[in-house]
Design a protein around this ligand. Structure first.
Ligand code: N01
Length: 537
């Protein structure tokens, strides 16, 4: 249904119906607000709606990667595995949408294309690719941090006569690779999950690797009923621990010791124990792994040795062994049988650094060394992260600059929640907030709750407009950079810094000061009358 200017303005328009958008609908409606969400997919679930590739699975434990806002919900829902697979998480998202009656607020198969703020009326006018035009007091970005898939612009993409896939836009009906020759490009979290699965079906699989990645075995397993019962008995305690932890994960406690505080033998024992736990919290075993190159190298070497022991061909093992970045500075991966896959006779590894891809041909992939023929090519080449989904919308103020112009040299926000010059625009897990360095569910709930309280405060005080103040924004951006620069993160060519997108400004996108600290800061700002924001009637 197309809405027009004639309709009464809404309280809020929300972009996206993944976990952030769904919770925003719930929370704002609970506060008595009229909201409308638009979602590009045919249904809810966001990342878990799109990423249906075989092997897609969360690497935060199911009991933590779930909403905490409803005690009934968290008690009644039963996860079948320690790390839930995509299909189960999508079922959960659908359950939440039904249980809390969210669907009627969502316009599906509809992409928001633009938003313009009018300072005279203090309203946003939001347009979609289906011709909707709606006006709202607030415009809430819940489009996700890893939702705009990125295809490298290889020449010849249109000429390929086989099938092309991107892990982030996987066909709903699934893909049968049985008997096919398949090329996979990319060895990040998505590639590392999909490669072992495709290898089991394909007649031949070639992996095109540009950068080898550190990956740990997930040791995924069926949910232990006893563990689940005990966990649920004190769910609130776990959730609270997560809220004040660094990563928004109760199971990742803050370490106290540095790596060099332990003697080498003890350190090995600690790493071995951490390895067997199968968690991305591995790099938090010691407090200095992500800030001290020497400490980091002890852990990196431990993992490199594991790779060498797993992969039988020493040449292949050497190629798979990361040496160009510190462990943890590119997103660490959890896998199931990833390195073992290279021991299979039907799997070949190609090094894109020594043999760059030149083009896609009608038959397959052309590198500087040779032509390779495939029936299917899978791009596991990642996303325009954190800012991509926001800047994909033409956001501007009437007669003023666009957000894309303001962010030309990189995103600038105050607390990752708002950006100066764009009143009444809220970002859920925006750049400059802990977002992708945390359990996304913890960060999403935090932001949605902060925003909902804020909008209630504005309503109670008769205010209609809120905007980040430039001075506070400048200070926050400087703080975000300073904290990042005290770590090893900016040294890596990762999507955290925008390095995966040619031409994207090199800025460390998330806030690395820790979720708990950040939560306290946001609460202080609110209790000081929304310090750093200009509120007006
Ligand atoms: O994307 P990525 P992703 N030629 O950007 C390569 C989350 N996630 O979809 O490293 C050749 O990490 C690129 O090479 P390089 C998680 O936060 C979570 O895998 O840039 N290769 C890299 O190997 C994750 O970090 C889960 O040199 C090219 C790969 O493609 C984030 O999403 C699962 C290339 C892209 O890796 C993104 O992961 C999946 C080119 N032109 C995703 N361009 C779980 O919860 C790119 N590459 C487990």
């Amino acid at each position: 249904m197309t809405e027009t200017h004639e309709s009464a303005p809404l309280d809020a328009v929300i972009v996206g119906a993944g976990f952030a958008g769904m919770y925003a609908i719930y929370k704002l409606r609970q506060a008595g607000m009229r909201v409308r969400a638009f979602e590009a997919g045919e249904d809810v679930g966001g990342t878990w709606y799109w990423n249906r590739y075989p092997g897609a699975r969360c690497d935060v434990e199911s009991v933590e990667y779930s909403y905490s806002f409803s005690e009934e919900l968290q008690q009644e829902w039963q996860w079948s595995e320690r790390y839930a697979a995509q299909a189960e998480i999508l079922r959960y998202a659908n359950h939440v949408a039904d249980r809390f009656g969210l669907r009627d607020a969502i316009g599906f198969e509809t992409r928001v294309t633009s938003g313009e703020f009018d300072s005279d009326t203090n309203l946003w006018t939001v347009a979609t690719d289906r011709g909707d035009v709606v006006r709202a007091r607030f415009f809430v970005m819940a489009g996700g941090c890893l939702s705009l898939p990125r295809m490298p612009d290889f020449p010849g993409l249109d000429e390929f006569q086989g099938k092309l896939y991107h892990t982030g836009m996987w066909p709903h009906e699934g893909v049968d690779f049985s008997g096919l020759r398949v090329g996979v490009i990319g060895t990040g979290s998505s590639g590392i999950q999909v490669i072992p699965q495709i290898a089991r079906q394909a007649s031949e699989l070639t992996v095109f690797q540009r950068t080898p990645n550190f990956s740990l075995p997930a040791f995924n397993r069926a949910m232990d009923p006893e563990f689940e019962r005990e966990y649920k008995a004190i769910y609130a305690v776990h959730r609270d621990k997560a809220r004040y932890s660094s990563a928004g994960i109760a199971g990742h406690p803050t370490p106290e010791k540095g790596a060099m505080d332990d003697a080498p033998d003890e350190r090995q024992r600690v790493y071995e124990g951490g390895w067997l736990r199968g968690t991305t919290g591995f790099t938090r075993i010691y407090k200095d792994i992500l800030s001290d190159p020497v400490a980091n190298s002890t852990m990196a070497e431990f993992v490199r040795e594991k790779i060498r022991r797993t992969v039988k061909d020493p040449k292949v093992a050497a190629l798979l062994t990361p040496t160009d970045h510190h462990i943890g500075t590119k997103r660490i991966c959890l896998d199931t049988g990833y390195f073992e896959t290279y021991n299979r006779a039907n799997v070949t590894l190609r090094n894109v650094r020594s043999e760059p891809i030149v083009s896609i041909t009608s038959q397959g992939i052309r590198t500087e060394a040779a032509d390779y023929a495939y029936d299917a090519i899978v791009f596991a080449t990642g996303y325009d992260a954190v800012t991509g989904a926001v800047l994909n919308i033409d956001i501007r103020t009437k007669g003023g600059a666009s957000l894309a112009e303001k962010w030309t040299a990189g995103p600038r926000t105050y607390l990752g929640l708002m950006t100066a010059g764009f009143p009444n625009l809220f970002l859920i897990t925006g750049p400059g907030s802990p977002s992708v360095l945390t359990n996304m569910l913890t960060s999403i709930e935090h932001h949605v709750e902060w925003i909902a309280e804020c909008l209630q405060h504005l309503r109670d005080k008769g205010m209609v407009r809120m905007e980040a103040q430039r001075g506070f924004e400048d200070e926050w951006v400087e703080h975000v950079n300073q904290v990042a620069d005290a770590t090893l993160f900016p040294t890596a060519n990762s999507w955290y810094t925008g390095a995966n997108i040619p031409g994207k400004p090199r800025v460390f996108l998330p806030y690395i000061g820790g979720h708990g600290n950040y939560r306290i800061k946001c609460a202080e700002v609110a209790s000081n009358g929304y310090e750093g924001f200009a509120l007006s009637a």
